[in-house]
Design a protein around this ligand. Structure first.
Ligand SMILES: [Mn+2]
Length: 287
């Protein structure tokens, strides 16, 4: 790249393949612009590029942590999705993530709707993983509108993959069946309301996690005041500083992958994409 040029089609501070050979990259960004099972507000297909564009508003120097962002990060562009076809899109995504694993590149996924997280986890060694799930919704239905694979069933499908543990953070919406099922199988679920009153306890729970961790973060875990452009907004959520504290409390040595889903901003400077870019930046800052 020439001096004084930038490419808003990739995440700020990332490099392109021509600049950084694949074996040197430690982390790779992949956009998955898929939104075919969205039921309320569509547009998550615009998420990856909206987050990238918003990332150019950020400084390389992190004032909070008093350090420069210094990471071998590659932006590999967007997955070729097949709109309207979850199965084909899932096959493409699973194969691509297997390539990440072979190259020892930790995947950072920009959604897209939440159903895509299943395909990412399918390609990882899921039985050893703690899946940390930030979301307003439980997403534990067995089927939704007759579909097995949907944004509303994604955590149930991930549960079916038999991960070591699932921990839900920020929950404030679920059916009676979902609540009973998660209780019966021993899934820890922390409500948004509880976290508001017990932020330090939540920080301690996250910081004490042992073993490999995968994070799936639906941006609707934030209150709609900070993230209105999402598939299913739900009032009563976390604020950006509360979420940042939880992200900073992760032991990043153990992080094997991360996805940020459900951003559906449609114009420059929209607050959901700004917070989306900040969340990715916060993760990158403490890796
Ligand atoms: Mn959600």
């Amino acid at each position: 790249m020439l001096l004084y040029t930038e490419n808003p089609l990739k995440f700020a501070f990332s490099r392109e393949i021509s600049e950084l050979s694949l074996p040197d990259a430690s982390h790779g960004i992949l956009g998955v612009p898929f939104d075919s099972t969205t039921t309320y507000i569509p547009g998550a297909r615009f998420g990856p590029n909206a987050i990238r564009e918003a990332s150019y508003n950020l400084e390389r120097f992190n004032v909070d942590l008093d350090k420069e962002l210094n990471i071998n990060l590659l932006d590999l562009g967007n997955l070729q999705v097949v709109h309207g076809n979850f199965q084909e899109t899932s096959k493409h995504l699973e194969s691509t993530i297997r390539e990440f694993v072979d190259l020892k590149i930790i995947p950072l996924i920009l959604g897209g709707e939440h159903s895509i997280s299943y395909s990412v986890l399918k390609a990882l060694n899921v039985e050893e993983l703690t899946v940390l799930h930030f979301d307003a919704h439980m997403d534990f239905r067995d089927t939704y509108q007759g579909e097995k694979f949907s944004h509303a069933t994604v955590m149930r499908r991930i549960y079916d993959l038999n991960p070591h543990e699932i921990i839900q953070i920020g929950i404030r919406s679920g059916s009676r069946k979902e609540v009973e099922f998660t209780r019966n199988v021993g899934i820890e679920s922390y409500s948004s309301n509880w976290i508001k009153n017990n932020l330090f306890k939540m920080v301690q729970i996250i910081s004490k996690l042992k073993g490999p961790v995968y994070v799936t973060l639906d941006i609707d875990v934030l209150d709609p005041a900070y993230a209105p452009s999402v598939g299913t907004p739900c009032p009563g959520g976390l604020n950006p500083l509360e979420l940042q504290k939880l992200i900073y409390s992760l032991d990043h040595e153990n992080l094997v992958g991360f996805d940020l889903v459900e951003v559906s901003s449609r114009c420059f400077g929209e607050v959901t994409s700004l917070n989306g870019a900040q969340i990715i930046y916060d993760f990158l800052s403490v890796i």
